[in-house]
Structure formats: C-alpha cells, structure tokens
Design a protein around this ligand. Structure first.
Ligand code: AMP
Length: 473
C-alpha cells in the first residue's frame, strides 16, 4: 500500500516542520529499507510527529485511530531505539519493550508489523494472547525478547507464573487505550503498570482523549508530547454512509439482494451477537455467497483462517462482532454493513473506520429496523450528522422506522473512572467476550460467565480498586 493515511494532525509542533520523507526522521538504514520494501513513500502526520519524539526518549500521548498509520508511528521509532542501544542484552524471561493491546487480532497485527519493519535488525519479538496454549509462549519468553506484544489477561497469567519479568523494561506502549477501558481492562492495566520499573518511556495511543483516558494518562505518562490526528472526521468524509429501513425478519433478504445486485466481492458485516453472526453466515452460504464468521467463540485458528480467506478473496463476506473486528486491517475494504446497529454508538465509528482506510473511499450501509431507532439517534448524535436514508422498493418495512432527531451539539463527557455509581457503561447489558481476558476458569473461549460478570468488569472503579497513581517514570 503506498497511499499515505489521509489524516491531519494537531500538536505542539508547527505543521510546516513535519517531515516529508522517512529519511528525515532519524531512522537507521536498516529500518528505512524495510519501510521502502513496504512501499511507504511519505510519513503520515502521526508518524511525522511521533517518530522523532519517541526516538528522543519522550513520552507520547496520541489520539489516533487505526487507519492513521499509528502502528508504524510507534513500532518504527521503538525498533530504532532498541537497535541503537545493543549493549542492553536481554536476559532470560525479560523484555525490553512491552506493547499492550486489547484484542488478539490487533496483537497479531502489531507483531506482524514489528517483524516486517524489523526484518533487517537483530532484535527478537514475540506475541502472547489468550485462547491458545500458554506453554509455547513460555518457551519463547525463556530466552528473553526485545519486544513483547500482549493482551492483558494472558500477560498477567505469564507474569504470575514468573514467565515474564520487567526489570529490563525500557519502553511501555498502551495501544487502543479507550477500547481497553471499554472492555473492562482498567484493573489489569493497573496491575501491569505496577509491575514495571519506574524509569521507563511511556507511549499511550487511543482513538480519543476522553476524560477517562486523560485520567488514566495522569497515572502513566510524564510531560508527554500530545498528538491528535483527525482520523474520525476524514474517515467520515470519505465513507459514503447510508441506511435503509427494513423489518428485522427481512434483514438477511435485503443483504443477500444487495450483495447479488451490486456484485459485492468483499463486504465486512457486523452483527450484534455471536449467534446472529453464525446464523447469517449460514443464510449467505445457502445462497451461494461464501461467508465466514469471526467472533469470540471461534478458536484463534478459525479466526485467523477466516480473516486470511477474506483477505485473499476466497470468502466474500466476513460476518463479525465488534470486539472480534477491532483492529482488523484490510487494505481497500470497499463495503461495511451494519446488519445490526451497535449498542455503543462509538462502535459505529469504529465499524465504518474499517473502510475508506489509508486515503481510499468506501461505503457503509446500515440495515435499521423499527426497534433500533434509539440506537440510530445515539449514533447520529455521536457522528453529529444524519445518515442518508434510501428506500429499497421491494423491502419497504411493515414496521415503519421513526424519524431522526435534530442534531444537538455534543456535551463534554466526564471521567467515569472514579465514579461511584454501580451501573455499567452503556446500561444496556452488552454481552460480548473480552479478548484479552484471563485464562483459567474462562480460558475455553474466553467467555464471561454472565452479563452481570461483564457489567461488573466494566466498573472497575467502584470495587475499592487501587487509587490512581502519581505520574511516574
Ligand atoms: P494503522 O493505522 O497502523 O492500522 O495503519 C493503517 C494502514 O496504513 C495499514 O495498512 C498500513 O500498512 C498503512 N500505512 C501505514 N503507514 C503508511 C504510510 N506512511 N504510507 C502508506 N501506508 C501506510
């Protein structure tokens, strides 16, 4: 892919000082060669700012979604730092850099990026996440690694079993911090942070700087360079969004009709539940449309296989739940379909961000039934626009979808991190597994036992949990 991710950026640096080429950023020849091999010609705004700052050893706090080039924004300078201080030979079970990320897919993708950008370097990296055997991960850690990419639950399991130590840790990177909090990982993050040495470099990446993220950042970063990349707006501008009102029972028929009529060859379809994803996959298959489902009840092998088949075109439709789809990076994905609207309106933004990536255009369609009207209101409020409605002649619903509401300005949110109330975040009882969840009793499929368990994990602040730490290095 040679399109530069199309984003603008705000930071304390004047825009005219942004580097136009990777060679101006202080990266070694070996890393530059890997970047050239990958086909990148120009650093994206986040890369132009983050790379020099990270190389200089500064803490960074960046508001950037996937799609902005943020992964290279932190992996490239990280590799630069680690490869230029070779004297630090990593000893058994130690790691020099830790990247914490919410989902297995994201962990696997970051790990791939490190392999790609570090292919001419003599550094070792590995990735650990739940849902697969722990022993091979322990074996890989035994020799010590320069970079460890991990989901929180499995990392803590390994730490508790002395399979990983942090005494040589130099850099800590928290990726998709907002998603981590949404998934109830605050406690795990705090535990991880408390196991790290005080003197270290911290990088924090999050789709937004919500009050929660700022509260977390206070416990983590020290005098950081703040970078904000406007991916959401530019994504929204490049994605053609529309919806059609449809009766719930006819959603599958509408989708099949649209896929056939428009001859869509690659569509990512979101359902609310794992069961819904399985059911839809069968309905599509029965119509001769190759489809695969990706969600938390699928084994890691099945998820990886489904993603690979979708990427190589042997599967036309990938049906996914929100958490499984987070971080999926598919170049030139043209079509996203919201088969069900998400319970959490921000997930709509994440979903449509799967298309129109890296400067390309895409289309996002929502199939909305009458009882999803309130969810639609929430989404239109968050994206601050009405989604265009189109009528499909043969599918006019019996249960009419109500009107949209006027768009009211967004109010600044307050941090929920230190709130004392006992309610879950969205109040609608979202039931979805957590990818980085601990192994042990929940290891098989990483399933929370009940919706209440999930809700409890979504309010880690009210159980007398650890107080926020002072800023530390
Ligand atoms: P990310 O935001 O890290 O998920 O990256 C989004 C996509 O942009 C990935 O497919 C990257 O391979 C691609 N990408 C990252 N940096 C660049 C760049 N400088 N030029 C072109 N494509 C890039």
């Amino acid at each position: 892919m040679s399109n530069t991710p199309n984003t603008s950026a705000e930071s304390s640096l004047p825009k005219e000082n942004f580097a136009e080429t990777f060679s101006e950023l202080g990266l070694s020849e070996a890393i530059l060669k890997a970047v050239t091999d990958k086909g990148y010609t120009k650093p994206s705004p986040i890369q132009a700012q983050a790379i020099p700052a990270v190389i200089s050893g500064r803490d960074v706090m960046a508001a950037a979604q996937t799609g902005t080039g943020k992964t290279a924004g932190f992996t490239l300078p990280l590799l630069q730092r680690l490869s230029s201080s070779k004297s630090n030979k990593v000893s058994s079970n130690n790691v020099r850099a830790l990247i914490l990320t919410p989902t297995r897919e994201l962990a696997a993708q970051i790990s791939e990026s490190i392999e790609t950008y570090g292919k001419y370097l003599n550094l070792h990296s590995t990735v650990v996440f739940g849902g697969v055997k722990i022993n091979p991960q322990m074996m890989r850690l035994r020799q010590g690694v320069d970079v460890l990419v991990a989901t929180p639950g499995r990392l803590l399991d390994l730490y508790n079993q002395n399979a990983v130590r942090f005494s040589q840790l130099e850099v800590f990177i928290l990726d998709e911090a907002d998603r981590m909090l949404d998934m109830g990982f605050l406690r795990d993050i705090k535990k991880v942070i408390s196991a790290l040495p005080r003197s270290r470099q911290n990088l924090l990446f999050s789709a937004t700087f919500s009050p929660d993220i700022r509260a977390l950042a206070k416990t983590l970063v020290n005098n950081p360079l703040e970078i904000s990349v406007n991916a959401e707006n530019s994504t929204a501008e490049k994605v053609t969004q529309w919806l059609t009102a449809v009766d719930k029972k006819r959603k599958a028929d509408v989708l099949i009709h649209l896929i056939k009529e428009n001859n869509w060859q690659q569509a990512l379809v979101f359902t609310k539940t794992k069961h819904g994803a399985n059911k839809l996959t069968k309905q599509l298959d029965a119509e001769g449309i190759t489809a695969a489902a990706i969600h938390g009840n699928k084994s890691q092998g099945a998820r990886t296989r489904a993603l690979a088949e979708f990427k190589d075109g042997s599967v036309r439709v990938l049906v996914a739940t929100d958490i499984a789809a987070r971080g999926i990076d598919i170049d030139l994905l043209p079509q996203v379909v919201n088969f069900d609207l998400p319970n959490v309106p921000e997930d709509y933004v994440h979903r449509i961000g799967r298309t129109a990536r890296a400067g390309n255009t895409g289309q996002a369609l929502s199939l909305v039934c009458a009882d999803e009207l309130e969810l639609l209101w929430d989404i239109e409020h968050v994206i601050q626009q009405h989604i265009e409605r189109k009528v499909l002649d043969n599918f006019v619903p019996v249960n009419t979808l109500g009107n949209s509401r006027p768009i009211r300005p967004l109010k600044p949110k307050k941090s929920k991190l230190f709130k004392k109330s006992g309610k879950s975040n969205d109040g609608r009882g979202k039931v979805e597994h957590k990818d980085g969840q601990r192994s042990g009793s929940n290891a098989n499929g990483n399933k929370p036992k009940t919706p209440n368990d999930q809700a409890r994990r979504k309010q880690p602040e009210n159980n007398g949990g650890p107080k926020p730490r002072r800023p530390r290095r």
